[in-house]
Write a protein that binds this ligand. Structure first.
Ligand SMILES: Nc1ncnc2c1ncn2[C@@H]1O[C@H](COP(=O)(O)OP(=O)(O)O)[C@@H](O)[C@H]1O
Ligand SMILES: [Mg+2]
Length: 402
């Protein structure tokens, strides 16, 4: 029975670990947190901080794994690439992994390849930050060059904002590097692109709606299909595919994030080299009937990825509503009671719902991906109708706080 290594075994990796086991694979998983929920599901679990590439390599060799992958964890992407390269397993390669995780390397490649993007500058200290403000302008976005999950991402409205947030942005970067970009207003789009034999094809494109305020980068609603039309839609599809090709991904799944501006243009925010966390995978399954986890396992193992597994089977409009605090459906405060999910699941159009809430935890205003405490997925004839159904269902979850 072939073994496969999961690098990172958190909440977002659970479903994929289960699926790999059901498919007959022997799952080896590493995570630095011994309580990581995915570790309990693996055949062999090891507590290893994946920042330590040598330690991950040692685990991979000892278990003679036939492939390695990560789900959702951007910081694990270069580790997976390095370990698979060292073991001569199927690999996207470390240069591609670097370009697809390090935001400056990515932006420089996009600049060389003519991929539309915000203006940007590297920032390692306040002096560079001030210079960057002059070239990039306001409003801007400050973020760590090599992090993820909206950690250390700030909207910069004034020069003072830069001074206030630079330290926090740099602190989230292992390389102590940040990037300042012009803020692009518009509709954010998430793409799922599959690259085979060097050819990138877009599978789904969906709207990623964001809350106002400090959580401006957090996706709290996904709508499929995307709501943009005609020329801009074609441009977005082509831009997503070109971005992935420009970064050099030959075989694998990519997760480009774009912004469609009101003037009809499209810019690339970033493109990750992995399958996104649970709910984008669920989006693809419910929306077009394609199983991204199966594709990711095949890419990791170097197995063929035939057309019939990649082609959309149908196109089903849907909405994903994350459970967040106001203006989402959840209250803020310490959780004292969590009602049943049954009524949510039974609501019209709901195909999937989950909560990660625990008694005693504190629900905070939306700031990070992690402030999403569950989700509802609903289908309907249109995405707008699906969103109404998801909102209605989400409101049926009773949560009490103190
Ligand atoms: N230049 C930008 N203009 C407008 N919004 C941005 C910009 N850069 C990032 N954002 C918002 O912040 C979010 C997080 O930024 P991103 O670069 O994707 O970092 P992360 O690696 O944390 O996902 C994006 O999904 C988007 O909503
Ligand atoms: Mg992102």
């Amino acid at each position: 029975m072939p073994s496969i290594l999961f690098v990172g075994a958190g909440r977002h990796q659970r479903a994929a670990i289960r699926q790999a086991r059901e498919r007959g694979l022997h799952v080896v998983a590493v995570d630095r947190n011994r309580d990581a929920p995915g570790l309990a599901l693996a055949d062999a679990a090891e507590v290893v901080d994946f920042v330590d590439v040598d330690a991950v390599e040692e685990v991979a060799r000892r278990h003679a794994v036939a492939g390695a992958l990560t789900v959702s964890a951007d910081r694990a992407v270069p580790v997976v690439a390095a370990v698979t390269e060292r073991l001569e397993l199927p690999s996207i390669g470390t240069p591609v992994a670097h370009r697809m995780t390090h935001k400056l390397a990515m932006r420089r490649t996009f600049a060389e390849e003519g991929i539309p993007q915000p203006s940007f500058a590297a920032v390692r200290n306040l002096a560079e930050g001030r210079a960057a403000l002059t070239s990039v302008g306001l409003p801007a976005v400050l973020k760590p060059a090599d992090s993820g999950g909206q950690r250390g991402v700030f909207r910069i409205e004034t020069p003072g904002d830069l001074e206030s947030h630079l330290h926090a942005a740099l602190a989230e970067s292992p390389a102590q590097e940040a990037i300042l970009e012009s803020f692009v207003d518009g509709i954010e789009l998430n793409g799922i692109v599959v690259a085979r034999n060097g050819t990138a094809r877009l599978l789904t494109l969906s709207d990623r709606l964001r809350p106002p305020g400090a959580g401006f980068g957090v996706g709290w609603i996904h709508l499929y299909p995307a709501t943009i039309h005609s020329d801009q839609l074609d441009l977005a599809i082509r831009t997503a595919e070109r971005a992935v090709t420009a970064l050099g991904l030959q075989e694998g799944i990519a997760f480009p994030q774009l912004i469609a501006a009101p003037d009809g243009s499209v810019v690339v925010v970033e493109a990750a080299a992995r399958i996104p966390g649970g709910q984008m995978t669920d989006l693809v399954r419910h929306a077009v009937g394609v199983d991204l986890v199966e594709l990711a396992l095949r890419f990791a193992l170097g197995e063929p990825v035939p057309d019939e597994l990649v082609e959309p089977q149908f196109s089903q409009p849907l909405a994903i509503r994350f459970l967040t605090a106001s203006p989402g459906p959840l209250p803020t405060g310490r959780v004292t009671r969590i009602g049943a999910l049954g009524p949510v699941l039974a609501a019209e159009g709901v195909v999937q719902a989950e909560t990660y809430l625990a008694l005693g935890e504190t629900i905070r205003p939306v700031r990070l991906d992690g402030d999403r405490r569950g989700y509802v997925i609903a289908i309907a004839g249109t995405s707008v109708e699906a969103l109404e159904r998801a909102e209605h269902a989400a409101a049926l979850l009773e949560v009490e706080v103190e």
